[in-house]
Design a protein around this ligand. Structure first.
Ligand code: DO4
Ligand code: MG
Length: 287
């Protein structure tokens, strides 16, 4: 079962429901995912079990990114050996920064996006026109409620400019926070339905003009951090009244000089969680 945010065909406005794979049952009286993330996990479970609104065939709804209200998207970095290796290679003079953070007690966490800028499944991601090497970063997303509990999981694409971050790690916000740099979806899998979040397959496939130009597979078993520890650091000195999504770092990075190009189709799959598909645009036109 997944929590979905979609366009209600009855009102043409965003709605929230429960998708069992065959039908979506709307949660009456709930219009945002943020409202659900104000509940503790047990309260969320009861609310989802009591879904009794209008029903629609699962394939018929237009899904929206499952982030809204004051929800924020954050991301962890260098949580997998592969990410550490790739960053050490691309950054040369600042390589130590990445070596050190991989083993440090405190993880690297950075702000990624406000809710309204996030792209959803079937949407567009962007690469910057002032960057030459750009990649998608497929990441398991923790969906955290207002109390910091892991309420569910989703798929996040932490789209990144390797050119800009490679020049100087202090440019990280410009490499990672811009219009079209964040995709989340297609939905949220409730935490209690995922038996082992440390054993999920992650795949990335990039297609250009119908041909696969890069694909790879990895697993969350390679994660060098504990999920609740990452969530704990995010909530240490901050408040998220509408909850947050925390991307847990990438384990798949194409070798240099691979770069995304305009029109590429990017597909990220995470076992038990979902498949997120987006199309790349080059440049920063409003989405
Ligand atoms: O340290 C820079 C960012 C790392 C990152 O985004 C990742 O490892 O996924
Ligand atoms: Mg990342």
């Amino acid at each position: 079962m997944h929590i979905v945010r979609f366009v209600s065909p009855l009102t043409d406005a965003p709605a929230v429901g429960v998708d069992d794979g065959e039908r979506v049952v709307e949660l009456s009286g709930v219009t945002t995912v943020a409202e659900l993330l104000r509940l503790p996990v047990e309260g969320l479970r009861e609310r989802l079990a009591g879904a009794d609104g209008p029903e629609l065939p699962s394939g018929s709804v237009r899904r929206l990114a499952p982030v809204d209200g004051l929800m924020e998207v954050w991301a962890a970095g260098v949580t997998y050996r592969r990410s550490r290796e790739a960053r050490v290679l691309e950054s040369e003079r600042a390589a130590d920064v990445y070596e050190l953070v991989y083993d440090a007690e405190r993880p690297e966490l950075f702000f990624k996006s406000v809710a309204w800028k996030v792209s959803g499944d079937g949407g567009r991601i962007a690469v910057r026109s002032d960057s030459e090497i750009d990649v998608p970063e497929p990441e398991l997303g923790l969906v955290l409620n207002a109390a910091g509990e892991i309420a569910g999981y989703t798929v996040v694409d932490d789209v990144s400019s390797r050119t800009i971050e490679g020049v100087n790690p202090l440019y990280l916000p410009q490499a990672k926070i811009y219009l079209g740099a964040c995709a989340v979806g297609p939905a949220i899998r409730p935490a209690w339905e995922v038996s082992d979040p440390y054993a999920l397959d992650i795949s990335l496939s990039i297609a250009r003009a119908g041909e696969t130009v890069w694909d790879g597979k990895a697993s969350t078993s390679q994660l060098n951090r504990r999920l609740d520890d990452l969530a704990g650091y995010l909530f240490r000195a901050d408040l998220f009244p509408d909850g947050a999504v925390l991307a847990t770092g990438t384990c798949l990075v194409p070798d240099l000089p691979f770069t995304l190009q305009d029109g590429d189709a990017v597909t990220i799959g995470i076992g038990e969680i979902g498949i997120l598909t987006t199309t790349v645009v080059k440049g920063l036109e409003p989405m």
